[in-house]
Write a protein that binds this ligand. Structure first.
Ligand code: SAM
Length: 249
């Protein structure tokens, strides 16, 4: 299995903070998947890089038969607690533990930037039935809000050892795979209601931060607390949520 070392170490040590601190997804994401990808009763949906099941728990009420794939054991353990009854497989996007032409939808939340994009798209095309589809979704902090821009400046280190959503040419990558039709894009808004402790969990669940020594994490947590010291007890962290999907020909 190929999982970046920083993902294995970071998500492996911060799965509880991840579950407490990371946002859910807007309900429109699931409505679009139901309309655009036939994520519906009876269809088989594989969620790749399912993490602690933030999106998984929104997919199961559609009645689809959801199968989660996630390489990091600590993330899988939280997923099993949070979304009981969903089959969870160890595996990576570049070598899915599924038969060819066996699922109606492949869904990936907040994770495609972790994958080797070409091999992961080829695997999605392999496991999808003709007429099925692939979806990718990302929550992207709204840095047009000044304090959110300051937060992002604190955590998006120039030398961070990971790619981000913004690094990918997702439409271009999909256009290179003959098996897929063009990528459709929709944008939604999401406000994550949180308090300071939850915001600190959000920051410390960032893979490359979770992989740093405890003292460094504590110093960063103090900077985050200072940044939001004047905020009300509960406040909103605003996101833009980008959803992309394409059909398997
Ligand atoms: C930011 S988390 C997203 C988790 C979840 N989908 C969510 O929406 O919260 C990224 C996830 O990608 C997983 N991951 C990293 N590399 C992967 C790979 N090559 N194949 C599958 N999953 C991978 C990590 O273990 C982690 O759970």
């Amino acid at each position: 299995m190929r999982v970046a070392d920083v993902a294995a170490r970071g998500f492996g040590s911060a799965s509880d903070a991840y579950e407490r601190g990371r946002p859910s997804y807007p309900p429109e994401v699931v409505s679009c998947l139901a309309g655009g990808l036939a994520v519906a009763s009876g269809s088989i949906v594989v969620e790749v890089a399912a993490g602690t099941g933030k999106l998984t728990r929104l997919l199961t009420p559609t009645g689809a038969r959801v199968v989660a794939v996630e390489p990091v054991a600590a993330m899988r353990e939280v997923l099993v607690e949070q979304v009981p009854g969903v089959p969870v497989l160890a595996g990576v996007a570049e070598a899915l533990p599924l038969a060819g032409a066996s699922v109606e939808a492949v869904v990936v939340a907040q994770a495609f930037h972790w994958f080797e994009v070409g091999p992961a798209l080829a695997e999605a095309a392999r496991v999808l039935r003709s007429g099925g589809g692939l979806a990718m979704v990302w929550n992207d902090r709204d840095v047009s809000v000044p304090w959110v821009a300051e937060l992002s400046a604190l955590i998006e280190w120039d030398d961070r050892p990971v790619a981000s959503y913004h690094d990918g040419d997702w439409a271009g990558a999909v256009a290179d795979v003959a098996a897929f039709g063009p990528l459709v894009h929709r944008r939604f808004r999401l406000d994550q209601e949180l308090d300071v402790a939850t915001l600190v969990d959000r920051v410390l669940s960032t893979s490359y931060i979770a992989a740093r020594p405890r003292a460094e994490q504590a110093a960063l947590a103090d900077q985050v607390r200072r940044l939001v010291a004047g905020m009300p007890e509960r406040f909103a962290l605003p996101y833009r949520t980008d959803l992309y999907w394409c059909q398997r020909r």
